[in-house]
Design a protein around this ligand. Structure first.
Ligand code: SF4
Length: 211
């Protein structure tokens, strides 16, 4: 199956599960369409997402005058970061990525702190998720979790300077992973369907984005 067929199959499955889905042929096409669907003046919550960063959405949002709840401001103390993460739970919009999407329409994410996955479920008035086709996984939730542990975690651990076995290209220790303080797989969340009170819009982009 081609990547485009995979995207279409996934789009239909996600829609069956209650998610709003938009498919974009290129990142250049995706960015203005993502921005155009955000309410003017909406406060946007930021969580760790290489995909959103690589698309240049944060400067574009700042240019449009959106207040941004950003825990990554240089010089922030741990307390300041935590305060912004808590405010993000009440943002107008959470803008983030996802670790994996199964072709049968489930979102699969892991989180070390938990702010990203909790805000995807409930809190912000709206959730907007951007994903490249490299995040699509056939084979259901087990294959998605394998992708996260084998592909996403090693790259994210190195990016964030976390001392985990996967950062050193060692296998994730059985049976339930590592005991590192930097462990990213503390909260493992599967959205089988859209949580009832949270509108979730997913932008699928025909390009490899993020990890
Ligand atoms: S449990 Fe630890 S070693 Fe395994 S993937 Fe997660 S962070 Fe990496």
């Amino acid at each position: 199956m081609s990547n485009r067929q995979l995207m279409e199959e996934t789009r239909h499955a996600l829609e069956r599960n209650g998610f709003e889905v938009h498919v974009h042929a290129t990142p250049e096409q995706a960015v203005p369409e993502i921005l155009a669907r955000l309410p003017a003046g909406a406060t946007i919550g930021r969580c760790g997402s290489v995909t959103v960063e690589r698309l240049g959405l944060w400067p574009a949002l700042a240019d449009r005058g959106h207040p941004i709840l950003d825990p990554y401001v240089a010089g922030f103390t741990t307390e300041q970061k935590d305060a912004v993460r808590r405010q993000t739970q009440h943002a107008d919009v959470l803008l983030t990525g996802t670790n994996a999407i199964t072709t049968d329409g489930h979102l699969v994410n892991i989180d070390g702190v938990g702010n990203r996955v909790s805000a995807q479920i409930f809190g912000p008035r709206q959730v907007v998720i951007v994903a490249g086709w490299n995040k699509l996984v056939a084979g259901g939730v087990p294959a998605a979790l394998a992708r996260i542990k084998q592909v996403a975690c090693p790259q994210n651990a190195r990016r964030l300077n976390l001392d985990t076995p996967c950062a050193r290209d060692l296998p994730c220790p059985p049976p339930d992973g590592c005991r590192s303080p930097g462990r990213m797989c503390n909260a493992v969340v599967i959205l089988e369907r859209r949580p009832r009170l949270t509108p979730i819009r997913i932008h699928l982009v025909a390009a490899a984005l993020g990890f």
